[in-house]
Design a protein around this ligand. Structure first.
Ligand SMILES: *Cc1c(COP(=O)(O)O)cnc(C)c1O
Length: 217
């Protein structure tokens, strides 16, 4: 497992960008990885993880949390509205708030529970038809809708198009966050997390570079 190497690279990227130590959270993306690898990461002190699937998280995290009470699990995959209730019980943060119907559901759950996971609005910076996320030109209105529901997103998240330079997308997301007074920026994956840090990422989502290639779903 290359967790230590990735942490070293992340620390170097933060120093290079003049970012304060601890200002970027490394999410170890453990979806579909064997439990033994996740346990190994927990044992060397990794505490923040990213998962994509509600079912998988429900099956695997209660036991880890019983052993490592301070572990945090972030939802980074698409979230179906009918799984929102389970998701708010399982996750410390949700990075994929991407539509009004989901916001409405989360707002209701937050009201009933008196608490809400930290929320990131996913923005489809590449305007890709097959990809989830609020379109950049619709973001300000979406954030107003959230505000009207008493939902207070912490930040923005993006997944840049596969074949493109991610930097303009990181730049765009950072600008949109500043413009809207949001402090969280979830961007950067195995291939580009150092560049994301240079553009202000607060959460990088690194899977294969830590755990190795994923078994297929
Ligand atoms: C799987 C996944 C990652 C991790 O991808 P790697 O290329 O393995 O680092 C990051 N973000 C999201 C949204 C993912 O689904």
């Amino acid at each position: 497992m290359s967790l230590i190497a990735i942490r070293t690279r992340l620390d170097a990227a933060m120093a290079q960008a003049g970012r304060a130590a601890g200002s970027v959270t490394l999410l170890a993306v453990s979806k579909l990885q064997p439990d033994a690898k996740v346990l190994q990461a927990l044992q060397v002190g990794q505490r923040s993880f990213g998962e994509n699937y509600v079912q998988e998280t429900a099956a695997k995290w209660p036991a880890f949390r019983a052993q490592f009470a301070d572990a945090k699990v972030h939802m980074i995959g698409p979230l179906q509205t009918n799984k929102a209730k389970q998701a708010v019980e399982l996750f410390d943060a949700i990075h994929t708030l991407d539509r009004v119907s989901l916001a409405e559901k989360l707002a209701k759950l937050a009201q009933a529970r008196g608490q809400c996971p930290e929320l990131f609005v996913q923005v489809n910076t590449g305007q890709e038809p097959q990809k989830a996320g609020i379109l950049p030109q619709a973001l300000d209105a979406f954030l107003k809708d959230c505000q009207a529901m008493d939902l207070k997103p912490f930040g923005l998240m993006c997944i840049p198009p596969d074949a493109e330079d991610p930097v303009p997308h990181f730049h765009m997301l950072a600008d949109m966050a500043v413009r809207n007074g949001l402090s969280g920026l979830s961007m950067g994956m195995s291939g580009d997390f150092e560049r994301a840090v240079a553009f202000g990422a607060t959460h990088v989502r690194v899977g294969s570079a830590i755990f190795g290639a994923r078994p297929q779903a």
